[in-house]
Design a protein around this ligand. Structure first.
Ligand code: PRX
Length: 637
């Protein structure tokens, strides 16, 4: 640890206190760094829990990410490098990106897309995805990107919530040398998602696809009629930029709505602080654009800063575990942002894959999505960063819109501590509280809350203000509840311990236990199911299903496999259960709520704790014996 570069804490505490007590003037200063078509009338309208930032200000995300760069030397620099797992590449200068975005926007207009309407983007990691997002924003429509690893049910649920009429997809996605039939998945989803009237298909191959006349259109045909220029629509700061669905504690995904002005200001500011990003940066975030990390880190923040973004369509270990390091060497990546799961995987493969490549271009390394264990942090620091690059462990959420707790090398603030996300960024009033909402002392675990509004915060949940209030603002009076466990140490540094609610993180992907349970129960032979996350040395957590079979079915191994395949097909490969166990009864409270806490205690071999609310003690005894048998069997294998 001696070699870790420490940044001086230049009066951080005073600086932070000042920012928090004057949030309006603090964020106003950051907002003036962007170009607005019209200045705002008011910095903040706070009607708890709804915030409106930079009210009356007019701007356009697409203008700021592309057009603005045409008036400087950025015009002919590379905005976007793209590479796939076969080694195919593409590069777009800012001018070329501008052309593509304009033409895409014109196509959307020709399809009849209007300001304020949702457009669903179900696309793999191809340049057309950021182009489609920026084109949608250009005309004031609202993009809803659905991760292309999701399957038809997950896609249909999200479409049905937005009631969108237009969907953009591709014929195929590609993963580890195999093709994923995206258009077929769309066809399946649209059987139960009838609002979609028009589907645009980007054809990447010559493979035949089915076309439904009048509904399906080919992108390369439509784009022929597109104009070269579409005016970027001036939009009020609180016009929604996008909706992004995320898993919560019920089966219904939550449509997190982000604003235009607040979201862009927050990301512009924080990417400078955390990554010290600039037009000289070659920025590579390995997340999929389908997650919030991809929205902020592949599209909006780097392009606002005129950086060069690298987009890679592929996995970390295909064709071999050196592929990411080869890419860093090839493009001279300066900022690299990935997940602890990926780093843990590379640790397992060993340093030999890293040593083959020259990683000396790297300046800053990032980690996101799940807690990073100190030993993984050290490995990342030593073997990837060559003991020169600070690691920014960035804590944030789909809902927060941007990074909230992280070291900030761009501000020359905050020493690094392996395993800790360190301190809240300026203007963010984070705290760890007990059940009653009172701050807990140093070294005590509690719930992470945010006590003031910030520009990147969600505007609400699409079409459901009550759920927004209930999920985030009712647990603790007047504060935003994150759903995470955390602790502060004696120096006030934050340590994150994962979710306190029924949300699990598999390889950094956020999944709701309820969504997986409802999928498991839809298998024809399953009567009831309970899902929990089990610690996994690589993925962070793995999915374990406890299921009750319907009458007439025997607890056989082939049914376990069927449940695994069923969930995988409905939600997607990321939700593939690791283990399935059959029981006759699930542990429930007297009011019928499944006590997942008890299931978790059993599989982790921990004390069961308080069971006064448990309806039937025999249920937990059965779970114990089923699990014991399973462990025994695993030993024998
Ligand atoms: O539990 C926290 C975990 O990821 C959750 C948010 O997931 P999602 O909305 O998918 O966004 C992920 C990427 C922004 C949080 O509630 N999480 C995120 N970053 C960290 C983290 N846990 C520990 N350390 C982090 N750096």
């Amino acid at each position: 640890m001696k070699k870790v570069k420490f940044y001086p804490v230049k009066g951080y505490i005073d600086f932070q206190r000042n920012a928090i007590s004057n949030i309006e003037s603090f964020w106003e200063k950051e907002a003036s760094k962007l170009e607005w078509f019209k200045h705002w009338d008011k910095v903040l309208e706070w009607e708890e829990p709804f915030a409106k930032w930079f009210v009356g200000g007019m701007l356009n995300a697409s203008y700021l990410c592309v057009d603005k760069h045409l008036y400087s030397w950025h015009k002919n620099k590379v905005a976007l490098y793209w590479e796939d797992e076969e080694g195919n590449t593409k590069a777009f200068s800012y001018f070329q990106l501008y052309r593509e975005v304009n033409r895409f926007a014109s196509m959307l207009k020709n399809l009849g897309v209007k300001k304020g309407e949702s457009v669903v983007l179900y696309l793999p990691m191809i340049p057309e995805l950021p182009i489609a997002m920026l084109a949608t924003a250009r005309i004031g429509a609202i993009h809803t990107v659905v991760f292309s690893g999701f399957s038809s049910k997950a896609l249909a649920d999200r479409i049905n919530d937005t009631s969108a009429e237009v969907l953009i997809t591709a014929d195929l996605g590609r993963r580890r040398g195999k093709f994923i039939p995206l258009k077929e998945i769309v066809d399946e989803a649209l059987k139960v998602a009838p609002t979609i009237k028009k589907v645009v298909v980007i054809k990447r191959t010559r493979e035949d696809i089915t076309i439904e006349e009048g509904r399906d259109f080919l992108y390369h045909e439509l784009i022929k009629d597109a104009e070269d220029y579409v005016e970027p629509k001036p939009l009020e700061s609180n016009h929604p930029l996008y909706i992004l669905y995320t898993s919560g504690t019920t089966g219904k995904p939550k449509g997190v709505v982000h604003s235009t002005g607040g979201y862009l200001v927050y990301n512009y500011a924080t990417y400078k602080w955390v990554f010290n990003i600039s037009a000289e940066s070659i920025y590579w975030c390995t997340a999929d654009v389908g997650w919030v990390t991809g929205h902020s880190s592949i599209v909006y923040a780097p392009l606002l800063h005129g950086a060069t973004v690298l987009m890679y369509e592929g996995t970390p270990d295909y064709p071999d575990p050196g592929v990411w390091w080869r890419i860093i060497e090839k493009y001279g990546v300066t900022i690299f942002y990935t997940s602890p799961t990926a780093i843990r995987m590379f640790m397992r493969y060993g340093e030999k894959w890293v040593k083959k490549y020259d990683l000396s271009s790297l300046k800053i390394l990032g980690s996101v999505g799940e807690p990073i264990n100190p030993e993984v942090w050290e490995w990342y620091y030593k073997h990837i960063g060559g003991e020169r690059c600070p690691i920014v462990d960035t804590w944030w959420q789909t809902e927060t819109g941007g990074i909230m707790i992280s070291p900030a090398p761009g501000l020359e603030l905050i020493p690094l501590k392996p395993g800790s996300a360190t301190l809240p960024l300026p203007g963010i009033d984070a705290e760890v509280v007990d059940e009653e909402g009172n701050p807990v002392g140093a070294g005590i675990k509690g719930y992470l809350v945010i006590r003031n509004p910030w520009p990147g915060m969600l505007m609400g949940l699409y079409g459901d203000p009550e759920r927004y209030k209930e999920v985030y603002w009712s647990r603790f009076q007047g504060t935003y509840y994150t759903g995470d466990y955390a602790m502060k140490d004696e120096e006030g540094y934050f340590w994150l311990f994962g979710r306190a609610d029924e949300v699990i993180k598999v390889a950094g992907h956020r999944l709701g236990t309820a969504e997986i349970e409802s999928s498991a129960v839809s298998a024809p032979f399953v009567a009831e199911a309970a899902v929990i996350g089990k610690p996994d040395p690589i993925k962070g957590e793995a999915i374990v299903v406890f299921a009750i079979l319907k009458e007439g079915y025997k607890p056989e191994d082939n049914l376990k496999k069927e449940i695994i395949n069923h969930v995988r097909e409905q939600i997607g490969p990321i939700a593939t259960p690791e283990e399935v166990h059959f029981v006759a009864k699930l542990p429930k409270t007297r009011s019928g709520k499944i006590m997942r806490r008890l299931l978790k205690a059993v599989i982790m071999d921990k004390p069961i704790g308080d069971i006064t609310t448990l309806e039937d003690e025999a249920s937990i005894e059965e779970v114990k014996s089923v699990y014991e048998e399973f462990k025994q069997m695993m030993k024998e294998v």
